[in-house]
Design a protein around this ligand. Structure first.
Ligand code: OAD
Ligand code: ZN
Length: 286
């Protein structure tokens, strides 16, 4: 519709106006739903609604560290379903990769644990996995670290009653992937990198040099949800999402842009606006 067209035109204009303008992405589960990975909070299709079959006391319990200690089964079931390796990046992931190819990517802050940013070819230096990943594990008691396979190999179970839970060889407690559960700290890289990026955004000359694109997230989980709020007022923000959320709703700024719709659709239209459609098509088909 009209508002989306206006947002696409305006963002395209801003990106072309300053040929060196760099982009910071802040993304969530919505950019991966088209890959076949459900998000968490969408009313019909979200994971939290469909976790009922796991007999959870409340949906978020699946990522709750105290609940996990009592009953790790639901997390194992979820991990088996979502484990990286069987999904392909979306058009939006490849759209972000284009910014790297064009030397215009500053950072991607992602809440996702699907590692599709890396699978799309984006280099590790640009990616901040705010909620961790499956690449390594730790013991929930003594914190001893374990390689990826210690958990992954246990996902081979046939029925939920036959799961052989991964345990620490030192203290026999449960081990879990280094995915951030409610009640756990975010990785130091999240705080360190944001401190750096924020300093850059606050610099006098940064106003036209940086653009923040928030996409596919309900901005419901802190501290991630406070990133858009912390973006200095002179930096342009755009929200690409099916619904209005978080800081964009509660403290709307005059300069904010909103694309209300699917992230892949926005990627397609923005790529056309930038003259990048052929490049995007090529990346998606490779
Ligand atoms: P949510 O499920 O909370 O929000 C996804 C948002 O994306 C919603 O606003 C949807 O409307 C929107 N959306 C879905 N599909 C879309 C599409 N194709 N195009 C555009 N928008 C779309 O997911 P997150 O915000 O990522 O924690 O959730 C944050 C954290 O909560 C997750 O990282 C997870 C969860 O607890 C952990 O995994 C530790
Ligand atoms: Zn231990």
């Amino acid at each position: 519709d009209d508002a989306n067209l206006k947002a696409v035109k305006k963002l395209g204009f801003l990106l072309r106006k300053t040929s060196g303008a760099n982009v910071i992405f802040m993304v969530g589960a919505g950019i991966s739903t088209s890959c076949g990975i459900p998000d968490f909070r969408s009313p019909e299709t979200g994971l939290y609604r469909n976790l009922a079959k796991l007999n959870l006391p409340f949906a978020e319990a699946v990522f709750d560290i105290d609940f996990f200690e009592e009953n790790p089964k639901p997390f194992y079931t979820l991990a088996k379903e979502l484990y990286p390796g069987k999904f392909k990046p979306s058009k939006f992931h490849f759209f972000m990769k284009l910014f790297q190819d064009e030397n215009r990517l500053r950072r991607i802050y992602t809440q996702n644990i699907d590692t599709l940013e890396a699978q799309a070819g984006i280099n590790a230096e640009y990616i901040v996995e705010a909620h961790g990943n499956f690449a390594s594990n730790h013991c929930i008691k003594c914190k001893k670290q374990f390689p990826m396979n210690y958990f992954k190999e246990k996902l081979d179970f046939k029925t939920e009653d036959s799961i052989d839970f991964a345990r620490c060889d030192h203290c026999k407690s449960l081990i879990k992937p280094n995915i951030v559960f409610f009640g756990e700290n975010l990785p130091a890289r999240f705080f360190d990198t944001w401190e750096d990026d924020l300093e850059t955004l606050e610099d006098k000359s940064s106003a036209s040099e940086y653009i923040v694109i928030v996409a596919g997230t309900s901005l419901a989980v802190y501290p991630f949800a406070s990133l858009p709020h912390e973006v200095p007022a002179k930096i342009r923000r755009i929200l690409i999402n099916k619904e209005m959320v978080g800081s964009f709703a509660q403290e709307k700024r005059k300069t904010d842009l909103m694309f209300k719709g699917s992230t892949d659709d926005a990627a397609q239209r923005l790529a056309e606006e930038m003259g990048w459609s052929e490049k995007l098509k090529k990346l998606c088909n490779e």
